[in-house]
Design a protein around this ligand. Structure first.
Ligand code: SIN
Ligand code: MN
Length: 200
């Protein structure tokens, strides 16, 4: 299990084996049923190409009113609880005395991508953001702590975990594209990325 450091991002290649990946997908299935994926809109009115939902006390949403965390799904229901096997990853890699209060679930279909951005809607940047990749490979791009400048990219595969913390907590990052159907984990293809956050 290789551990890479790239611009302060710690990348645990193959942290989850196949069985663990499958257990996570099984744990996510009821969540996606009770809090369905929705297509978010940026504050400027552009539809994002990923679809998303959340688990936890808070979920991340965006619409014309802006980027924010809120305690309900846009359709009005509470977010489901973060499943135990997801919390166990945080416990193992971050530990400390707080559990994440948000697990953002992003689904990348064939043409989905995510532009370079910072995760900065959380109250306390001393907590890392932990990202779990499931399903198709994704070309992940890492920039700098300010907009612009040179970037570096790497492929994230199913089972990889990235810890974005410390001085890299506010580093720009994004996903250029996925390699659709490169993984057999999700029967219909695509990629699920979980990001665990301490939002409050
Ligand atoms: C994100 O930055 O929120 C998602 C990153 C990823 O999909 O790997
Ligand atoms: Mn992000």
């Amino acid at each position: 299990m290789a551990r890479l450091l790239l611009r302060g991002f710690e990348i645990r290649k193959g942290y989850l084996d196949n069985a663990a990946q499958r257990r996570l997908i099984d744990a996510l299935r009821p969540i996606l049923k009770s809090a369905p994926l929705f297509r978010p809109m940026t504050p400027s009115g552009k539809e994002m190409s990923v679809r998303m939902t959340s688990a936890g006390d808070l979920g991340w949403v965006t619409d014309k009113a802006g980027y924010r965390y809120q305690d309900q799904h846009p359709k009005g229901m509470d977010w489901p609880e973060i499943p135990e096997p997801v919390l166990a990853i945080w416990q193992d890699l971050v530990g400390r005395d707080r559990a994440p209060d948000c697990c953002l679930i992003n689904y990348y279909g064939e043409d989905a991508r995510m532009g370079l951005h910072q995760d900065k809607d959380e109250a306390d940047f001393s907590w890392p953001v932990l990202s779990v990749s499931l399903g198709d490979d994704a070309l992940f791009r890492i920039g700098n702590t300010t907009r612009g400048g040179k970037t570096e990219s790497l492929w994230l595969n199913s089972g990889d975990v990235v810890i974005m913390g410390g001085p890299a907590r506010l580093t720009y990052h994004g996903v250029d594209r996925i390699r659709f159907k490169s993984s057999k984990l999700l029967p219909k293809g695509g990629r699920i990325n979980l990001t665990l956050r301490v939002a409050r």
